[in-house]
Design a protein around this ligand. Structure first.
Ligand code: ZN
Ligand code: ZN
Length: 411
């Protein structure tokens, strides 16, 4: 028997380095993970450099690499992927940006870069998208709210560049600077000019909006300024289905990851209560993945909270969240006909509170897959496994081979 379907579970930033609070174990080593251990015992393990040895991956570049789209060829910055993740249809050549709603005072100084961590800004975003008119630049404006105070902007039009400055002063008490082109090209100048006009028109729309007037009355910081960064031009992504002959879905609370999925033509599945933090609806996400696998060949499931704990340097919380993830994975043990692939996109060691290049653990379990002697899913045990140490760009070829979708090289 050979498995025909694939669940790729990426536990974001789950791997780590030894933590003092855990007796020099990693959170994965210290956590009690009977389900992940059973998957490991029944599968083949290894460790993986998701981009390359010594390269510290972003979540975006590592996910592209794991899906077989080399980031050095495909990655054009975070903006266009964030924009795709908020639901904007990004066509090649469009320019995308990440945005924050922020609060400015009467003199234009930023007094809160996150507008009091406002959420539900969709009414504000709708009015900005409808009313800001950049037709004099030949530019269509697309603007959507993301989670919390976040949003994304995209410009569609001829002759736009993406090499422009940001207006995010990065700290409070400063007036956001005007956008400037970062090269001599007229395309970059056009984008910078269009961004300055976008801000000029959006300011009164935001200040006068009833939602902000209500906030003012309640003494809450108004969302009356948009800070814009991460400009990038949307690239051309060969659809996942064409590249591998597999239909697929993406399940993730992070707009960046859903944006990658959508850019590759994966179906986006919304899960109620999926927050991208440790309070997320894990059971709902796992169930949604199993439901999708009835129809689709491939499901990418990203679980984010462990990365957050790593960024905050909280080793014990990271270990506890790993244990919660583990119990939510129990339904995976009953899947037939499906390859279960579990890994991380990068390590997020509590000791450095950021991503590191330490290789991540990997296990593949399913019909027809060899087993090795590794019994525990962690950074050290998996290094003894039958996959040894692979590169992230080998993952999809290995998966395709195991589900009989690989073509023979040679006679
Ligand atoms: Zn990540
Ligand atoms: Zn991270």
């Amino acid at each position: 028997m050979t498995a025909r379907k694939v669940l790729l579970l990426i536990i974001d930033g789950v791997s780590d380095r030894p933590c003092n609070e855990l007796g020099r174990l990693t959170p994965l080593q210290a956590a009690r993970t009977p389900i992940l251990d059973r998957i490991t015992a029944e599968g083949v393990s290894g460790i993986m450099d998701t981009i390359g040895p010594g390269i510290r991956p972003g979540s975006d570049t590592s996910h592209l690499s794991l899906l077989g789209y080399p980031p050095e060829q495909y990655y054009t910055g975070r903006g266009p992927l964030e924009a795709a993740g908020t639901g904007i249809t990004m066509e090649p050549g469009m320019v995308g940006f990440r945005c924050n709603y922020a609060t400015i005072d009467g003199n234009g100084h930023v007094i809160d870069r996150r507008a009091g961590r406002i959420h539900n800004t969709s009414l504000l975003s709708r009015i900005v998208e409808e009313m800001v008119d950049l037709s004099s630049f030949g530019v269509d404006v697309l603007f959507r709210s993301g989670a919390g105070h976040r949003a994304a902007l995209a410009f569609r039009g001829e002759g736009l560049g993406a090499c422009v400055s940001s207006n995010d002063p990065k700290k409070e008490g400063i007036i956001p600077p005007a956008f400037v082109p970062l090269s001599d090209s007229s395309a970059d100048k056009k984008t910078a000019d269009a961004l300055n006009e976008f801000i000029r028109q959006s300011l009164p729309l935001l200040a006068d909006h009833p939602l902000n007037q209500d906030r003012k009355r309640e003494g809450l910081p108004m969302a009356n300024m948009i800070l814009i960064r991460g400009a990038g031009q949307m690239g051309h992504y060969e659809p996942f289905r064409e590249r591998y002959g597999l239909s697929g879905s993406v399940i993730s609370a992070a707009t960046l990851i859903t944006g990658i999925g959508k850019s590759l033509g994966l179906r986006y599945v919304m899960v109620e209560g999926a927050t991208g933090s440790s309070d997320t609806n894990l059971e709902g996400k796992v169930n949604a993945a199993l439901t999708e696998l009835k129809e689709q060949d491939f499901v990418l499931l990203n679980i984010k909270g462990a990365d957050e704990a790593g960024h905050d340097g909280r080793a014990i919380e990271k270990k506890n969240f790993i244990e919660r993830i583990d119990s939510a994975l129990e339904p995976l043990l009953d899947t037939n006909d499906c390859l279960i692939v579990v890994c991380a996109d990068h390590s997020t060691p509590c000791s450095i509170r950021d991503h590191s290049a330490d290789p991540v653990p990997l296990v593949i379990r399913g019909d027809g897959v060899r087993t090795d002697s590794v019994m525990h899913f962690d950074e050290v045990a998996c290094a003894e496994g039958g996959l040894n140490r692979i590169s992230g760009q080998s993952l999809m070829p290995i998966i395709c081979d195991l589900i009989n979708k690989a073509k023979k090289y040679g006679a």
